[in-house]
Design a protein around this ligand. Sequence first.
Ligand SMILES: C[S@@+](CC[C@H](N)C(=O)[O-])C[C@H]1O[C@@H](n2cnc3c(N)ncnc32)[C@H](O)[C@@H]1O
Length: 241
Amino acid sequence: MSRQNVYDNPEFFDGYQELRDEAAGLHERVLEPHLDELLPDLVGKRVIDVGCGDGWLCRIARERGAREVQGIDPSSRMLQRARELTSDPRVTYTRGFVEDVELTAGAADVVTSVLALHYVEEIAPVLARMASWLAPAGTLLAVIEHPIVTSQNPKVGLRTVDGASVWPIDDYFAEGQRKERWIVDGVVKYHRRLDTILNAVISAGLVIERVDEPGPSTARAEPVDPDAIRPAVLAIRARKR
Ligand SMILES: C[S@@+](CC[C@H](N)C(=O)[O-])C[C@H]1O[C@@H](n2cnc3c(N)ncnc32)[C@H](O)[C@@H]1O
């Protein structure tokens, strides 16, 4: 199966780095203010971070006491950046798609994935793989682009209706591939209904402990901040039986 590895596209990678360097995106505005609620206790834990990108969460996990962290990502450019950002010997990086990478069953106490699973075509088998890497009673944390955001087809973003800004949702029930312009044309993501995502977690043998739809700590100054009027991300924390 051919999968998109857009983070290795030089134009996309440079544009993405610029956005991250601005330090005013979802990580800083929506995720970091909520890390205490989102993250499980990581002290002494073995962590696998799926779609680790530049290792943002790998470094945070170590700061929060994780014993060792393994980041998984298909993008060699993102992994090169990740390696530049830490020389911590307890953080290791493996190149591969989550669908293919071979890891030892039960090797992790915590498996995380932040803003990566909406790039995966079939979420149920991937969540089952991630659950298989967990030790008994281990915790999964999946943060994914919210179905309200992924549903639009084509992606139109905010619209003005009767003078008010609205986020149209017109293709919610039509699951599947979405292509959008984000830095470059043709970025492929996958839209799934909320019930599909939650049922895939349950089918993976996990018990859902917490669901969050965090909003921004401060709204952007520009005309209307979409992240302040609809959830940008869905966060699910679940435990292996
Ligand atoms: C928006 S970045 C997020 C990176 C990191 N988790 C963070 O929050 O900073 C999405 C990452 O998912 C990775 N990714 C895309 N498809 C993937 C797949 N099938 N398996 C694993 N990672 C994937 C990309 O290469 C990219 O590094």
